[in-house]
Design a protein around this ligand. Structure first.
Ligand code: ZN
Length: 438
């Protein structure tokens, strides 16, 4: 489908899913890496939908224990036989070149070429994804089947790339709310043609930014499009003071496969995002799971390094490394399920809303139940519109609001949806029955 701005604002889940998939289709062919033109081209496309601010950090800049590397530009790469036929061709798939390959032009036998070739003997039809960011090297990735048909050479080998001082690009969106406090959403954008691991997070974060107005958040929403590891470390180094404003956040990745949702807890494990995500996942599907923090995975490791210890968890479907297509050419547009993409976005919106709406209240009338009827909060007749929260939500909020239980605690205890509890609290506050806890 062709895609315009309105498609990503779609309310209908099926149409929304198709739109998210269509945006992924546009981004899929681009050869991204941790630096370089592929990253800027990706951000330029996302900017057609929502304004993205770019920050360029020069090569050689120190960011904590790391240094911004030289910038990588790839124009072409191939291995050709003596007839000039390209037997490995970057133009056919971006995964065919070792990501960050140094330039090379040579004529080599298979024996000489072989140490530079990467395959997956156990998945003989798939091309692996390999990188060499911090050790200069060159190479090609190909399927085992392709390798077996190569012949002995000699081969003409070409990687037409540049590794030279340039910059690392960060993309950032800030949607100001009524409060200075922020909710952080982070998606990596350093993978070449890989759909679930990379593009699913990018398209969902982009749509979230476009749809944020409808969520009517008090918090400001900050969305980062960054290369994995070095990008989050660089952002943290440049924005250390601002991290104090983060109430909660999510790293988004692997949200388009057909598996159930998996939330990975923040380092602390008991922060508002942990409570919000656990609540939302429990309400939207029994197969969903919550796993503990570990210092392995994506950028949650950096947000959760001990010097920051930010309340940032990770939302995925099947965890990375646990689906066979992970980091191979099998992670393609067919793996991306449009319905799953839409449902993931809706889960992210629900988690963001729950972080935003979390609060602790105190009943102004704690001795006995206050009379709801005289305040117009008790339904006189059954079957009133769904906008009126159920009385049971009022009773739960009034009973538990003693200045210690938060709305997410009450949602958990009552088994009611956070939205209902939040709505009841707002109505009770308007009626003067609740005050924010001191
Ligand atoms: Zn990855």
């Amino acid at each position: 489908m062709s895609l315009d701005h309105a498609h990503l604002l779609e309310e209908d889940s099926a149409l929304l899913g198709q739109s998210l998939h269509a945006l992924a289709e546009r981004l899929y062919p681009i050869c991204r890496s941790i630096t370089g033109p592929g990253v800027r081209e990706t951000l330029k496309i996302l900017s057609e939908f929502v304004p993205v601010k770019l920050t360029e950090i020069p090569s050689g800049t120190d960011v904590f224990d790391w240094t911004i590397p030289n910038e990588w530009t790839i124009r072409d790469a191939y291995v050709a036989d003596h007839h000039g036929n390209r037997v490995i061709d970057f133009q056919a798939h971006t995964l065919h070149v070792l990501n960050y390959s140094a330039p090379v032009r040579a004529t080599l036998s298979l024996e000489e070429l072989r140490p530079h070739l990467h395959t997956l003997p156990d998945q003989p039809n798939l091309i692996p994804y390999r990188t060499s960011y911090y050790k200069e090297n060159w190479g090609f990735c190909l399927s085992q089947r392709q390798l077996e048909m190569l012949g002995d050479g000699p081969f003409e080998v070409c990687v037409d790339s540049t590794l030279a001082p340039g910059s690392l690009t960060l993309g950032e969106i800030l949607i100001p709310g009524k409060s200075e406090k922020e909710i952080l959403i982070s998606a990596h954008m350093c993978h070449p043609s890989l759909a679930n691991d990379n593009l699913s997070g990018l398209v969902i974060a982009t749509a979230l930014a476009m749809r944020a107005e409808a969520l009517n958040l008090t918090h400001s929403l900050r969305i980062l499009f960054i290369p994995g590891t070095i990008g989050s470390i660089a952002w943290l180094a440049l924005n250390e003071a601002a991290t104090a404003k983060i109430s909660g956040g999510l790293v988004l990745t692997g949200l388009g496969d057909s598996g159930p949702l998996t939330y990975k807890r923040s380092r602390n494990g008991e922060t508002v995002v942990d409570r919000a995500a656990e609540h939302v996942l429990a309400h939207i599907g029994e197969a969903n799971s919550v796993i503990d923090f570990s210092p392995w995975g994506y950028d949650e490791r950096q947000y959760g390094s001990p010097g920051f210890d930010l309340p940032v968890g990770r939302l995925s479907r099947t965890p990375h490394g646990e689906y066979p297509e992970y980091h191979t050419s099998g992670d393609n547009l067919e793996l991306l399920n449009a319905e799953a993409l839409a449902a993931s976005l809706q889960a992210v919106e629900a988690i963001v809303s729950a972080i935003d709406g979390e609060a602790v209240f105190q009943s102004t009338n704690p001795k006995g139940e206050p009379r709801l009827g005289k305040r117009g909060l008790y339904r006189q007749t059954a079957g009133q519109g769904g906008a009126v929260p159920d009385e049971i939500a009022f009773l739960w909020v009034l009973n538990q609001s003693d200045g210690t239980h938060s709305l997410l605690d009450i949602a958990k205890k009552s088994g009611l949806e956070f939205k209902k509890i939040r709505g009841a609290a707002a109505a009770l506050q308007d009626a003067g029955l609740l005050l924010p806890a001191a």
